[in-house]
Unconditional design. Structure first.
Length: 325
């Protein structure tokens, strides 16, 4: 099977009925780009920039970050690299950045909430990204956005730094997509509003499931509530995709679910544009896509959205897949 998947390395990600999708990879450092190219990745859908911070004994300065983003962009040879701004907090800590003691860190001071409060961290990162944009195809996304106001504030700081660099004669790309993660249920419910401001959405199912089911993603006692096929979650995902498309924007997914072979038929049926996963899952997913057509997966989605449980939907998909052979 592996040999069969390897043949797809240089092929497009296209369904049986000729619809194009993008298969992308999640990375943590620029060195991970090699595996993305080796496995036929069409983009980097999530560069978790916090690894730059976590692998360092001190705050990585603008220059150090610039070098990292530039290398990733160059090594992808013009294919898009979506860099997520710092997603510290929750379970991710930095020795050199003391955060407040909190009862509920996953509900606390993390990600964009820190960036908006501490522009001394946020601005150098945005400047590094803007400078790197001259060397490849960089897109930027903000993590943990919950409100229109948060997005607008983050975007305004980005616009300011962009203008500052241009005034200083620094070269930046003419256009950079600026989007957001969809991982907070409140944001999903107003996705139609957010779609007017964000250039794209990327659904972070790891956190979206955690917050939708109110179940800590690392707590084994409640792990049964990790239910990616539950109609409750599917309805949220559908809302994100439909809202993006209504404004002419694209929707991707960068949580674990994007490379889940049971989920992919459902996501295709809902019209998800971009699937970002670990590099080693990409070719298998491309192979699966080739076997599916978007009309029958859309019919499957109609049934799934009307189901009652996670298990019922999983069974539906398995039956559907068995019927293909
Ligand atoms: C997610 O929440 O699904 C996601 C992709 O981000 P992370 O796993 O880094 O929180
Ligand atoms: Mg997340």
């Amino acid at each position: 099977q592996k040999a069969e998947w390897d043949k797809l390395k240089d092929e497009a990600s296209v369904s049986k009925d000729g619809k194009n999708f993008t298969i992308a990879a999640n990375i943590g450092t620029p060195d991970d780009v090699a595996a993305v190219n080796d496995n036929g990745g069409e983009a980097v859908g999530l560069f978790r920039s916090e690894f730059l911070y976590m692998d360092s004994a001190e705050l990585p300065d603008e220059e150090k970050q610039f070098q990292a983003y530039k290398k990733a962009a160059e090594d992808m040879h013009g294919k898009q690299v979506v860099v997520r701004t710092m997603d510290i907090g929750g379970d991710k800590h930095l020795d050199y950045l003391p955060l407040p003691e909190e009862m509920n860190p996953f509900l606390g001071y993390r990600a964009i909430r820190i960036s908006l409060k501490q522009p001394d961290l946020f601005r150098p990162q945005l400047r590094a990204l803007l400078r790197a944009s001259a060397f490849g195809n960089i897109a930027i996304m903000f993590p943990m956005i919950g409100t229109v106001d948060e997005f607008k504030r983050a975007r305004a700081i980005y616009d300011e730094e962009r203008q500052n660099l241009i005034n200083d004669g620094v070269k930046v790309a003419d256009h950079i997509d600026v989007g957001m993660m969809m991982e907070v249920p409140a944001a999903v419910l107003i996705a139609d509003k957010l779609a007017k401001y964000a250039d794209f959405f990327s659904i972070g199912t790891n956190d979206l499931i955690q917050y939708t089911f109110a179940a800590d993603r690392g707590n084994e006692h409640v792990s049964y509530l990790y239910q990616p096929y539950n109609p409750s979650l599917l309805r949220l995902i559908k809302k994100v995709i439909d809202s993006a498309h209504a404004e002419g924007k694209w929707a991707g997914m960068c949580g674990e679910m994007a490379g889940d072979q049971v989920a992919v038929p459902l996501l295709m049926g809902m019209g998800l544009d971009e699937y970002s996963m670990s590099a080693t899952s990409m070719l298998q997913t491309r192979s699966l896509m080739k076997k599916l057509d978007t009309k029958s997966t859309a019919d499957l989605v109609d049934k799934a959205l009307d189901a009652e449980t996670n298990e019922d939907v999983a069974d539906m998909v398995k039956q559907f897949m068995a019927g293909l052979k």
